[in-house]
Design a protein around this ligand. Structure first.
Ligand SMILES: Cc1cc2nc3c(=O)[nH]c(=O)nc-3n(C[C@H](O)[C@H](O)[C@H](O)COP(=O)(O)OP(=O)(O)OC[C@H]3O[C@@H](n4cnc5c(N)ncnc54)[C@H](O)[C@@H]3O)c2cc1C
Length: 381
């Protein structure tokens, strides 16, 4: 049976970046993936334009038991290194928001860059890893396509979300078998179900500020038929989203605005006044008061303002794993070297990407993590 230097499990962003580095080191490698093509999540990322990095990447944009675990990987392969790699492949890109980079044409440009860089690498598709056995420093990988031998393995099997693009628990099962701890997994970067709003608001989008466990998130919110979504909510889903307060008018002092309207537009209803600063349907949903604004005492206006600026949700729950962009939790970073991505329990076993208990914020942080961790796994395996 052929023995490889390294076998990479998973042809996603992390596995492919490991393969690039291993190819540079002239290692004899094999990539196996249970799907039929490379980079399936890269392809759909960023709405097909792949938000491939964020130059603000540092540990403060990552979640998990120990976000500082990302520091070494991000310094060894930084967002600037990602940009340089993208430039070296003549890919057109643009900065959509400060620090947030997308492909101008399509995510395929990133996949094609990988294809160019790993052109001599052996890849087996439709090959699902089921188990790994280690004897005498050699790993035997069991798959539906036969067994494979290697000196080192990189587990880059990703998370559990978007399972139609290839998700399995194998990475976690194997890590556990070799003595690694697994942090509980849950959906992240996804919409939130709540009964606090009417489905009639579905489709309305506005800038809000969300306060959740001392965190503040200012971004767009989108009402859906089952609750709330949009970037602000995706980011909130990384926190404990059961309870949160939403400020629907974060750029305005709503109480002062109502007090001044009471002087100038006393004969209008409060809801009509509010529809000057909020979408009309939302203003009428949040404020059912029909009396003229002049008939309200300031204390009552303060209560109405509070409903707009401190709207409380107590029944928030992340929508299922299937439509979450990432998986929160995963293989604990405790027993893994942050400098090499090698297991501290089982020499020769490496991990990279979303399979680990590291989750990035919305904005290119997850792909940067996959690239950085894949890079160092590929340099050390
Ligand atoms: C809709 C969507 C949009 C996104 N947009 C962005 C974005 O713009 N920017 C950003 O930074 N992040 C984005 N993300 C997140 C980002 O795509 C992922 O975090 C990243 O791709 C993870 O890379 P990975 O290599 O760790 O895992 P994956 O890309 O999930 O790759 C894992 C691979 O392992 C294979 N595999 C799993 N189990 C087995 C097994 N047992 N045997 C063989 N093969 C196996 C799978 O088939 C898969 O190909 C998005 C995610 C989604 C779902």
């Amino acid at each position: 049976m052929k023995k490889y230097d390294v076998i990479i499990i998973g042809a996603g962003a992390a596995g492919l970046m490991s393969a690039v580095e291993l190819s540079k080191r002239k290692k004899n490698i094999l990539i196996i993936d249970m799907g039929k093509k490379l980079g399936r999540k890269i392809e759909i990322s960023g709405g097909g334009k792949c938000n491939f990095t964020n130059t603000h990447s540092d540990y403060s944009h990552y979640f998990g038991k120990n976000p500082r675990f990302v520091c070494s990987a991000l310094s060894q392969f930084s967002p600037q290194d990602t940009l340089n790699w993208v430039k070296s492949h003549n890919i057109d890109f643009y900065e959509k928001e400060p620090g947030r980079y997308f492909c101008t044409k399509s995510s395929y440009d990133i996949i094609n860059a990988f294809i160019t860089d790993i052109k001599n690498t052996e890849i087996k598709f439709d090959t699902k890893l089921s188990d790994i056995i280690k004897t005498d420093n050699i790993f035997t990988l069991k798959t539906n396509n036969g067994n494979f031998l290697c000196k080192s393995v990189i587990i880059a099997t990703g998370g559990m979300s978007y399972s139609h693009l290839g998700a399995s628990e194998t990475g976690y099962t194997i890590a556990k078998k070799f003595g690694h701890k697994i942090e509980p997994v849950r959906p992240g970067l996804c919409a939130i179900k709540t009964k606090s709003f009417s489905p009639d608001l579905s489709g309305i989008s506005l800038m809000v500020e969300i306060n959740i466990n001392k965190h503040k998130i200012k971004d767009n919110l989108l009402f859906t038929h089952f609750g709330i979504g949009g970037p602000a909510i995706y980011r909130a889903s990384l926190l404990d989203c059961k309870q949160m307060h939403i400020n629907f008018a974060p750029n305005i002092n709503v109480f002062e605005f109502l007090k001044s309207a009471k002087q100038t537009n006393g004969k209008k209803s409060v809801a009509n006044i509010l529809s000057k600063i909020l979408p009309n349907k939302l203003a009428h949903f949040l404020c059912k008061e029909t009396k003229n604004i002049a008939d309200y005492k300031d204390a009552e206006l303060q209560q109405i303002a509070n409903k707009i600026t401190k709207f409380e949700i107590t029944d928030g729950s992340a929508i299922g794993m299937q439509s979450a962009e990432v998986t929160y939790g995963g293989i604990s970073t405790e027993q893994i070297s942050s400098k090499t991505m090698e297991s501290l329990i089982c020499p020769g076993l490496f991990f990279a990407g979303e399979v680990l208990d590291i989750t990035g914020d919305l904005g290119g942080y997850n792909l940067q993590w996959a690239f950085s961790s894949g890079y160092i796994a590929g340099n050390n395996a």
